[in-house]
Design a binder for this molecule. Sequence first.
Ligand code: MF3
Ligand code: CO
Ligand code: CO
Length: 262
Amino acid sequence: MSFERFGPAERERLHRAGRAAAATLAWVGAQLRPGITTADIDRWVREDTQRRGGVPSQLGYHGFPAAVCTSVDEVVCHGIPSRTRVLREGNIVNVDCTTLLDGFHGDTSATFCIGVVSPHAARLVEIARRCRDAGIAVVRHGARVGDIGAAIEELAKAEGVSVVRNIGGHGIGRLMHTAPHVEHVGKRGAGPRLVEGMALTIEPMINAGGADYVELDDGWTIVTADGSLSAQFEHTMIVTREGVEITTQPPDTEHVRMVAPP
Ligand code: MF3
Ligand code: CO
Ligand code: CO
């Protein structure tokens, strides 16, 4: 199997799209507080993405009705923003921003705590971040997709949490979703080989309880089958000889405030 590999000019465009997505995520993240709705997040994402010269990739994607996925508490992913979903102190919410800029996509998400959350929730959020980073840490030219899943699964197991299967990371470039599928569980040394110049995402969904999930009747929202909390973090990266270049590295907060509107 061979996957698309990007040259220097394309990589620069991947970085620009990734930077825009990361900046939008940071800007929105800085405004989250009790009392806002997930529809407010959608509006902020539309405004900020446009201000950076991009288009929200998710809007209309296979009919997805919003610019951003907002996944609260037991929602694993693909939560649809709503004017009636008010965020309360103690919630955790994943905001997943994907920007199309100059022909390339950047895809990144983070789970934010609304006010003070339970130690249980705070711990899950930190484990989810560490799982993503453990997956990223094994990526380099010559590694296998299975190495990523193995690293994530091992850490999750050690922490007593579970990893969602079948919904995963993906190749990315001129399309938001392309080959390969990046499963977040796996076997070391198994699966397709990663090569320099490929672009992909790693975005494990980590459940406090079991790994099973259910899709709601809206055809999008994925929730944990047992109602337990779920958290997720996502980066887009380019594979290099030594490791990765992350395209969606968050900007420093001062920068976010400088470019944001009053
Ligand atoms: N950004 C999501 C991902 O990480 C894509 C969700 S597809 C949507 O792959 F249609 F639900 F937006
Ligand atoms: Co993604
Ligand atoms: Co995403």
